[in-house]
Write a protein that binds this ligand. Structure first.
Ligand SMILES: [Mg+2]
Length: 405
């Protein structure tokens, strides 16, 4: 029997959350913006009135205001969105434990094993019931895709919105999925779309006509995955919400395509690694209070240094700064580096209150700086969640020669 998988996606999520706590915002065109004080801040979400005026997600505020001069921009309040994330997933968990959050406003549910608890109801009925409950209890709308695999469930929630259910069972794939552009498939990004387009493949149906060997030849492992998906063979599981083991530390290492020499090259490498570590910490919901750096030279000589911080962090900037401080104190930059690993240990849940042991003298300043940097990185994280990891970068330049992407 086929599995029954739902993908539930909150509509205009950030804007919808803001409108539930400030209903007056429903009456005006409104957008949640990263850095609303600056004309160059970008639109993260908008309500229906703003959408009607042509405001688009990810465009700069000045551009949105040109289309919609009375647009009200409010700053992002991530605590609020997180509380909605918890409440919405609690509703999903009343149906099944197999709830896998995919981002702050999207979750997969596998309801195969609990259909018998809802006699007389179809999968569509359950999806509709979930939508009605979320709307009634939280005041926001979700769109739901129902399918036998995760990829098409995700496609379904995108197919019709807001506040709609789309069912894509096996028999619906040729009529619903095949006419869609390949870029509608999750994980098919710009680059893959370009490669496929160069092979005259624009739609999912055209993709389904290629052999597995051909797809592997042009796309590598992703070709195999895509073949599996478009031939309805995808079996990836929805994780159990409670099946989670907290990490003890988070680290990321990289051997560079060529050795790094000089402070600037080393800093580029360190920034990228710190970024990965920071994203992972944020995703897992932790901060850590020890930063550790491991360096290896071309003859495999290795040093490892660490520093205990006065407060736990998950900030890319702080992890970068401390790593560089450790390297500066322990490494001669004229010597080549082959591998760098950055790690953060002694993790605590990110929301746990911690006493910051900073001296009274610099307390105020350092506290506001940290809060400011957290706000910046929170905004960046949300942009990446929505638009992909590559949509926004910290101040390092990518350097493909060094194997840094
Ligand atoms: Mg959404």
């Amino acid at each position: 029997m086929d599995r029954i998988i739902l993908h539930c996606d909150g509509n205009n999520f950030f804007a919808s959350c803001e409108c539930t706590v400030r209903p007056e915002l429903r009456k005006v065109p409104m957008a949640v913006a990263g850095d609303p004080e600056s004309r160059h801040g970008i639109i993260l979400a908008k309500n229906d009135l703003a959408k009607k005026a042509g405001v688009q997600t990810a465009e700069p505020i000045w551009q949105a205001k040109r289309k919609c001069p009375n647009l009200v921009c409010v700053p992002a309040t991530f605590d609020l969105y997180h509380s909605f994330y918890e409440r919405i997933n609690k509703i999903y968990l009343s149906y099944t434990d197999l709830v896998e959050p995919f981002s702050i406003d999207e979750s997969f549910l596998d309801i195969t094993g609990c259909m018998h608890l809802h006699p007389g109801k179809s999968p569509r009925d359950i999806a509709d019931e979930i939508r009605e409950r979320v709307k009634a209890e939280l005041g926001i709308t979700v769109s739901v895709g129902v399918s036998f695999c995760k990829t098409f469930a995700k496609l379904g929630s995108d197919y019709k919105k807001p506040d709609a259910t789309t069912v894509i069972f096996r028999e619906d794939v040729p009529s619903i999925v095949y006419p869609l552009p390949v870029s509608d498939l999750v994980f098919v990004g710009k680059k893959t779309t370009e490669i496929l387009s160069a092979h005259a493949v624009k739609t999912v149906g055209e993709l389904a006509q290629l052999s597995e060997n051909y797809l592997v030849r042009i796309l590598g492992k992703q070709g195999k995955d895509l073949y599996t998906v478009v031939h309805c063979l995808e079996e990836s599981q929805v994780r159990d919400f409670y099946d989670y083991v907290a990490p003890k530390s988070v680290s990321h290492g990289m051997t560079f395509r060529r050795d790094l020499v000089g402070e600037n090259e080393v800093k580029s490498g360190v920034s990228v690694l710190a970024d990965r570590v920071a994203s992972r910490l944020r995703f897992e919901g932790f901060k850590g209070s020890v930063v550790q750096v491991t360096l290896r030279d071309p003859s495999f000589k290795q040093i490892q240094r660490q520093k205990k911080l006065s407060h736990p962090t998950y900030l890319q900037k702080e992890i970068t700064d401390i790593s560089m401080e450790l390297i500066r104190a322990n490494w001669d930059f004229s010597k080549p580096i082959r591998l760098i690993t950055i790690g953060v240990n002694e993790l605590v849940p990110k929301d746990e209150e911690t006493v910051e042991q900073v001296s009274l003298f610099d307390m105020e300043e350092s506290h506001t700086d940290t809060k400011k940097q957290e706000a910046i990185e929170d905004t960046m994280a949300s942009i990446r969640e929505k638009f992909g990891d590559k949509s926004i970068k910290f101040g390092y330049s990518s350097d493909s020669e060094l194997g840094i992407k």
